[in-house]
Design a protein around this ligand. Structure first.
Ligand code: ADP
Ligand code: MG
Length: 693
């Protein structure tokens, strides 16, 4: 045993506390599963009332079992669990799977039982999976551990699954099974009181036979630790995750733009930060896992297509191109060779149509040429099995060529799998990932390219700005917090931004109409006058914003009108008027346990209506800030589009990074909205800002 989770995933013996002779009970199903899956070690049913279960001798207690036990299941009701954990400790058991539900998910009483069980386990150095979980599976033929009450018996393979929800995990396991794809390990840890998803991911990361990890999580105990661990793993092997909880109605009621837009997307951002491939469809995820667990990683996005049928290539190309992959032409060298080796009717292009009558020799040559062409990073194959062709020999050539090359191959395999079972078996044995539809194969190939992008991405460097004044911000925040205030005044907000060297339009906060006129003269016309009050959230909605004020007479009447309409208590923010060029929005929203979510977008309708914004978790590094700016759909406007001038991207990136640092330095900032910033070719300045604590 060289890892603390070995007792869990590689148990040499298993006890089942609460084993039952009743067929329709978890305590019976787990025994059945262990026997059916041919677990390599002894199984000890524990039940004081019966002598044997499914032909195995039952013991009254784990303490009565002769010999060592590595792992115990507990399936008895919650009130009896802590005491059994204690017995496991006395017996020297190293890991426990508590399948029973009715713990913290049921409230305080359950929480107390969960805590008690965990405390006792800790005392003995026992690791707990669950409670309220399925357990684990390890298909390694030397272990064959089916410590789980599900019903799918996976063949050995290279995909390992970890799921917080057993329901989702079991569906994914069955999907792989139906596709004829083996699996390596499986774990569903339910309440996750002890062994965490992070630990399981790390364990799979170290397992040489695991080539791809599939993850389903709705929440993480320590997201920052998860990101650190997962990043290490994704540098070596892909992690594929389903994004769950993307919609969050509650977020809509938020007081700032960032609040409403960020919702609960933090899982997705955690995955992005860790280099995890995220999927919104379980089907896409499973198909991608098949390709990622069997194929080498391509060196780029250029695809060579081999096909023995027409239409599916058209569909494949549509999908490949819309995923951002490229289909470069064949070289002259390739054409010269292929003209010799292909049938007369073949189409010597990319896609290379070898035509339906092509046999092993044509496929062999097609693969040799395509794989050796340096302008292709991967091969996409459409393979229909014509009844007039020796398909088994073709399949052998495909497998041999793929094995000899270093480029990934994916196959849209069009056949009757029963009638062509020999051909199917050869492709399967040769680990050619086969898919039922052209677009499915194309998307699986895209996931390989996505993973290449993650692996080859430049490390995003987080810049520490040392020209900032932390103390100034600290004192403003402490003062506001000590008075229980949540919304900062304009004066406080702009002082904070200036302390972090975030460029703001020249400003002054004043109280009287005379002071407005003085401030406007000082700043220089034209100016903007805004009402500043904790009660006013959207100033322009209540007539609290007057822009482009040309002179002091107008300033005076505007200020007087605002006082009259909005009350004597308001303050005025007098600001330099910046003629509109391009408006931007940048925001930050605190997200429990992960720091802040930073948002970037173009202002106005782009954010209000199109919700065209990009997000990233703090700390936002240089590459990430660039990616945020270039990933919004309206990015061409930022670059300068049809005569538009574009904006200073370097400055926008710097503001994003400075806001990221402000958030990291001051977790008390719950929401920060810069909306808008006015951006020009050279300068960018904040003209409206809000901070909520
Ligand atoms: P609110 O968002 O509370 O309604 P803003 O301060 O954002 O108030 O003002 C509303 C709009 O007025 C802004 O979105 C922007 O288009 C314009 N605006 C505000 N301040 C300035 C300024 N200093 N220069 C030019 N336009 C401005
Ligand atoms: Mg605004």
């Amino acid at each position: 045993m060289n890892d603390h989770l070995d007792a869990l995933f590689k148990p040499r013996s298993v006890a089942l506390i609460g084993a039952s002779a009743k067929e329709l009970s978890i305590g019976n199903v787990i025994v059945k599963n262990l026997l059916h899956y041919q677990f390599r070690g002894p199984v000890f049913p524990i039940n004081p009332k019966v002598d044997e279960i499914r032909g195995l001798k039952a013991y009254p207690s784990v303490l009565d079992v002769p010999g060592e036990i590595d792992l115990a299941h507990i399936v008895i009701p919650p009130p009896f669990v802590p005491e059994e954990v204690e017995n496991c400790g006395k017996k020297g058991i190293k890991a426990i799977i508590i399948n029973t539900a009715g713990f913290k998910e049921m409230g305080a009483e359950g929480q107390a039982l969960e805590d008690d069980s965990l405390a006792r386990a800790r005392k003995y150095g026992i690791r707990i999976v669950g409670p309220n979980c399925q357990g684990i599976i390890n298909s390694d033929p030397t272990i064959n551990a089916y410590c789980n009450f599900t019903f799918t018996y996976p063949d050995p393979g290279h995909i390992s699954v970890v799921a917080q929800s057993g329901g989702v995990g079991a569906v994914i396991m069955q999907a792989f099974f139906d596709m004829g794809i083996g699996q390596r390990m499986y774990a569903s840890n339910g309440n996750g009181s002890d062994v965490s998803i992070t630990e399981i991911v790390s364990y799979y990361g170290k397992d040489d036979e695991t080539r791809a990890i599939v993850l389903y999580a709705e929440s993480l105990n320590d997201p920052l630790e998860f990101i650190r661990v997962a990043k290490e793993v994704t540098a070596r092997k892909p992690i594929l995750a389903i994004t769950a909880g993307r919609t969050d109605k509650g977020a809509e009621a938020s007081r700032s733009h960032i609040g409403g837009l960020a919702g609960s997307i933090s899982m997705d951002l955690i995955y992005k930060k860790a280099g995890i491939l995220n999927f919104s469809s379980q089907d896409d995820l499973c198909q991608a896992a098949v390709a990622l667990s069997s194929q080498p990683i391509p060196k780029g996005n250029k695809v060579g297509i081999i096909t023995n049928t027409g239409g599916p290539s058209v569909i494949a190309i549509d999908e490949l191109v819309s995923c951002g992959l490229e289909i470069p032409p064949l070289s002259d060298r390739a054409k010269t060779i292929l003209k010799e080796t292909m049938f007369e009717s073949a189409s010597i292009h990319n896609p290379l149509d070898v035509v339906a009558t092509a046999g092993p020799a044509q496929f062999k040559s097609a693969f040799e040429v395509m794989l050796s062409e340096p302008q292709f990073d991967s091969i996409y194959l459409n393979f229909v099995t014509p009844p007039f062709v020796d398909c088994e020999s073709v399949a052998r050539e495909i497998v041999a060529a793929a094995k000899a090359g270093t480029k990934p191959v994916v196959c849209n395999y069009m056949t009757d799998k029963q009638k062509w079972s020999g051909t199917s078996a050869i492709l399967k044995e040769g680990e050619i990932p086969c898919f039922d539809f052209a677009e499915t194969a194309a998307r699986a190939l895209h996931s390989l390219v996505r993973y290449h992008g993650i692996r080859s991405a430049k490390e995003s460097i987080v810049k520490t700005f040392d020209d900032i004044d932390r103390e100034a911000v600290r004192s403003i925040l402490e003062k506001a917090l000590s008075r229980g205030r949540e919304v900062l005044t304009a004066g406080e907000v702009y002082a904070i931004l200036e302390a972090y060297r975030i460029p703001v339009a020249p400003w002054a906060v004043v109280h009287t109409v005379d002071q407005v006129c003085d401030a406007a003269n000082r700043i220089g016309f034209p100016v903007v006058i805004k009402a500043d009050s904790e009660q006013i959230i959207h100033k322009s909605d209540v007539g609290g914003v007057a822009v482009n004020i040309p002179d002091v007479q107008k300033a005076e009447t505007v200020a007087e009108t605002m006082k009259k309409n909005l009350g004597d208590g308001i303050h005025f923010l007098v600001q330099k008027f910046l003629p509109k060029e391009q408006e931007l929005i940048i925001g930050a929203k605190a997200s429990v346990g992960v720091g802040h979510i930073i948002m970037f977008g173009l202002g106005g309708i782009f954010v209000e209506i199109l919700k065209d914004v990009a997000f990233c978790l703090t700390p936002v590094g240089d590459t990430e800030s660039m990616e945020m700016i270039t990933s919004v759909k309206a990015a061409p406007l930022i670059e300068g589009f049809r005569g538009g001038k574009g904006i200073n991207k370097a400055k926008a990136m710097e503001i994003i990074q400075r806001i990221s640092m402000l958030g990291t330095d001051f977790p008390a900032i719950k929401e920060l909205d810069l909306n808008p910033l006015v951006a020009y070719e050279d300068e960018i300045s904040v003209v409206d800002a809000r901070i909520i604590l």
